[in-house]
Ligand binder design. Sequence first.
Ligand code: FES
Length: 151
Amino acid sequence: MDLIVNGERHSLVVDRERSLLSVLRDEDGLTGSKYGGGEGNCGACTVLIAGEPAQSCVTSASAAAERHVTTIEGLADGESLHPVQQAFVDHSAFQCGYCTPGFIISAVGLLKRNPHPDEKEIRSGLNGNICRCGAYARIVKAVRSASETAE
Ligand code: FES
């Protein structure tokens, strides 16, 4: 099957039912998306499929075939971080960092749908992502700041 990942087409011979996360990490070498519980409950594996956040651990690779997949590796523009990535750095919106790629991807998806969310909308837009370290307040602050930068 063909996957279009971060703007590049990849032709892969893989089991169509294999998870997108497993294919991205083990076939494409894109290890930014993380494995959490493997049941779609924590958001660590979130990627964008056609611009919409999706949990890649419970999405089959075939469901993403021929659609544009964006992973955390595809956000920066050369040396310039994506505004959401930069805001996470500026606000120290992480502790161990395991959840960070998933939160950033979800936030990018949220800001695409709603460029200027209020705090409640940010919290609800990110409610599929869990941070074991409890960095939620700083994460919300970072997303808010990224939305203001976009003004
Ligand atoms: Fe550790 Fe979120 S920063 S899980």
